[in-house]
Ligand binder design. Structure first.
Ligand code: 3PG
Length: 209
């Protein structure tokens, strides 16, 4: 999948599934299941040792899904994710080293922010979208509406505590083209190889837009 600007990534599907995969093989099955349900994007976190291999394997076996790397904190991790074929990089908070490396690599970057000052930091650095994390702790759609009033040129991807129940409340805001969340990829479903359960969640999520 070719490299994207971050707003292009955010426009692919109403939900960016946040995935923690135990193995590269499971990552491929998860990506297939999400795509079968109509979700065209996947954020594979680097929280497990399998993360990088999963990104590489997904790029090879499920080329129609846009695969990115999440929980990226260092420039080296961003570089490794890029080398593995990640089309975008996500950080849960501020890491300017990651932002700088993504700029060098011309790689889409979605950095995290929780406060007005953190959002302002990213904006000063020229970014036009942020991951609002953890969205439920920050105050949900109401808080993001207030944030958006002082950052009318930014887009937000709320993540953390977002579910199929409350996602529509976030997506109703103009500044929110997509939300992020782990609910599509249930741990038990992955452990049992129940890929259909993931496709079912993805089908429902794809309709949220
Ligand atoms: C993330 O890294 O974005 C979060 O772990 C996802 O949060 P959730 O599990 O509440 O969806």
């Amino acid at each position: 999948m070719k490299r994207h600007q971050v707003r292009e990534v955010m426009a692919i599907s109403p939900v960016i599934p946040v995935v923690v995969t135990p193995t590269a093989e499971a990552g491929v099955e998860i990506a297939r299941a999400l795509l079968a349900g109509g979700i065209g994007v996947i954020e594979v976190t680097l929280r497990t040792a399998a993360g990088l291999d999963a990104i590489r394997a997904i790029g090879e076996h499920v080329p129609d899904i846009c695969v990115g790397a999440g929980t990226v904190w260092t420039a080296a991790e961003a570089q490794n994710a890029s080398d593995a074929g990640a089309a975008f990089i996500v950080s849960p908070g501020i890491s300017d080293a990651v932002g700088d490396r993504c700029a060098e690599l011309d790689l889409a970057y979605l950095p995290g922010a929780q406060t007005v000052s953190e959002i302002a930091h990213h904006r000063r650095r020229g970014l036009d979208a942020v991951k609002l994390f953890p969205a439920s702790v920050v105050g949900g759609p109401k808080a993001i509406k207030a944030y958006a009033s002082v950052f009318p040129d930014l887009q937000f991807c709320p993540t953390g505590g977002v579910s199929s129940d409350n996602a529509p409340d976030y997506l109703a805001l103009d500044c929110i083209p997509c939300v992020g969340g782990s609910w599509l990829v249930d741990k038990t479903a992955v452990a049992e190889g129940n890929w259909q359960a993931i496709t079912d969640q993805a089908s429902a999520a794809a309709k949220l837009g």
